[in-house]
Design a protein around this ligand. Structure first.
Ligand SMILES: O=C(O)CCC(=O)C(=O)O
Ligand SMILES: [Fe+2]
Length: 253
């Protein structure tokens, strides 16, 4: 967790409490939608949530916002702020491993980065249902802004630990590809969202390597093979076929 300037979150309150009827997933497909789980056999393999998922390359396109065109400007501003912060943090983490911070600029151009506005409709608190199923984020770094409702948990020492809402803080997660790049010095943490009797909102900014970047470890002996990201198995294809993403295993040597 890191301290953030409280006005930042207040300024973006309109986004955090975005209308629950943002452009439907169907109309949002043009901007990149989420995929379900065709292999699910139990309710807790589904996520009780909907998401407005928008690549940075489309953030200025009015068609992505449907009737909520007033959100466009604040989305652009929010994405620019998060992008700067994510790059700065990832740069510091890269420098900590003895690399130039510019390696992040070289690897992660905006073409693969995206924002996701998550909405978790109210549901009785239950261990049987997830707001968002356990997962790790796939990219380099995620910056997450959550409201005051709570429900986010992360795996620590084989136990789920609640990440208490703090309106003065942002949550920063390492993603799978940063774990691979750092040769496991940084770990992508598993997390999930539980349901809540109040509706909940969060916004995530995902800093991701561009599809034409070579992903491999920055240290020897490397635990992960170097491969062009576009040649590795597509996580979305896998989710729609086998019900879960392939994650880091696709890079292991
Ligand atoms: O809503 C949250 O707190 C978590 C969201 C998340 O993990 C994601 O969008 O990948
Ligand atoms: Fe996540």
């Amino acid at each position: 967790m890191m301290d953030s300037n409280p006005p930042l979150l207040h300024h973006y309150g309109a986004l955090l409490h975005h209308p629950s009827s943002l452009p439907s997933l169907e109309s949002n497909q043009r901007c990149g939608g989420l995929v379900g789980n065709p292999k699910a056999t139990r309710p807790n393999q589904f996520s009780w949530s909907e998401a407005f998922h928008i690549p940075l390359t489309k953030i200025s396109e009015e068609t992505c916002y449907g009737q909520f065109s007033t959100l466009r400007e604040v989305m652009e501003e929010f994405a620019a702020t998060m992008s700067k912060l994510a790059r700065m943090l990832a740069g510091v983490l890269a420098e900590n491993l003895g690399h130039r911070k510019e390696v992040i600029e070289d690897t992660c151009d905006e073409s693969a980065c995206f924002l996701r506005l998550n909405h978790y409709p109210a549901y009785p608190v239950s261990p049987e249902i997830h707001g968002l199923v356990p997962h790790t984020d796939s990219g380099f770094l995620t910056i997450l802004c959550q409201d005051q409702v709570g429900g986010l948990q992360l795996m620590k020492d084989f136990k789920w630990v609640a990440v208490k809402p703090n309106e003065e803080a942002l949550i920063v997660n390492i993603g799978d590809l940063f774990q691979a790049w750092s040769n496991d010095v940084y770990k992508s943490v598993e997390h999930r969202v539980m349901t809540n009797k109040m509706k909940r909102f969060s916004i995530a900014y995902f800093l991701c390597p561009s599809y034409d970047s070579l992903i491999g470890s920055c240290r020897e002996p490397s635990m992960y093979k170097s491969s062009l990201l576009e040649n590795t198995e597509n996580k979305f294809e896998k989710i729609s076929k086998i019900g879960h993403k392939v994650g880091l295993s696709r890079f292991l040597l």
